[in-house]
Design a protein around this ligand. Structure first.
Ligand SMILES: [Zn+2]
Length: 266
């Protein structure tokens, strides 16, 4: 079989505790879990089209946009990466309506274990996809607030005690210690009680969610594959974790190559 077209970040959901992945190629959605154990090849056709305006581009920005769109879209602004710098109240949001629809909605502060405990924030409606995208083996929402800005302010406070980064190499090798996230939550929340109260955060009493990944063999050494250097990538698909395809020839971060035109053969 062969599919061709522009790719984007894989769609994810959970089914009986296991991450399910769909790869969008052109207008087709492929259940890529079904290809595990098979030999596949992905060929970059040399064409990239901006995910917003469709223009053909040489280099993509913000994982799939042309430079002008990257400068113009609110979703590419720095405040998305650093929510505590939200500037909507100053009237300077690049797309005020998009901001209202996406940032002034319930957000969750969570703990996740992808390569050790980390703190993160996400739009509530993005759960559990956000955790699957990071390759978390467990995750626990701990607080809910009504804006992205407030979630960022709480995240900043929690960063004094926990990491906010994933070591993607450890995540892909599955070098992850088991952690009792509920215990970490119970230790952390009292430390930021004043701020939580000020921001009107709701404490959540969830149980940690365990996430399994469809991987038959984890790599012992990480070889990172890149369409810009190697347009033709092939190998046996050993699994999928985070936004990575794990092949016997190396690992491929699909999200990094959003908007690339690819031919997949399987
Ligand atoms: Zn564009």
């Amino acid at each position: 079989m062969q599919l061709s077209g522009s790719i984007s970040k894989m769609h994810t959901h959970l089914n009986m505790g296991t991450a399910q992945y769909q790869l969008k190629i052109g207008d087709k959605l492929l259940n890529i879990n079904d290809l595990i154990g098979e030999n596949i090849s992905l060929e970059f056709n040399g064409q990239i089209n901006c995910a917003n305006c469709g223009k053909a581009i040489k280099k993509s920005y913000s994982q799939g946009f042309c430079y002008p769109c990257c400068q113009k879209l609110a979703r590419c602004d720095l405040c998305i990466m650093k929510p505590e710098t939200c500037h909507h109240h100053l009237g300077t949001c690049r797309e005020p309506q998009w901001g209202l629809d996406n940032c002034f909605v319930p957000h969750v502060i969570y703990l996740a274990n992808s390569s050790g405990v980390k703190v993160g924030i996400t739009r509530k409606s993005n759960i559990p996809s956000r955790w699957i995208d990071q390759g978390a083996v467990s995750a626990l929402p701990i607080l809910e607030v009504d804006t992205r800005l407030k979630s960022g302010q709480i995240e900043v406070a929690l960063k004094a005690y926990v990491n906010d980064k994933t070591n993607w190499r450890k995540m892909l090798k599955n070098e992850v210690d088991s952690v009792d996230l509920e215990q970490v939550r119970d230790e952390l929340l009292p430390k930021i009680q004043t701020l939580s109260a000020e921001l009107g955060a709701t404490a959540l009493k969830n149980k940690a969610l365990e996430i399994n990944y469809p991987v038959v063999e984890y790599p012992s050494k990480i070889n990172s594959l890149n369409f810009d250097k190697t347009p033709s990538i092939s190998g046996v698909l050993l699994g999928i974790k985070g936004q990575y395809l794990i092949l016997d020839s190396g690992v491929l971060n699909i999200r990094k190559f959003g908007s690339y035109n690819i031919t997949l053969t399987y």
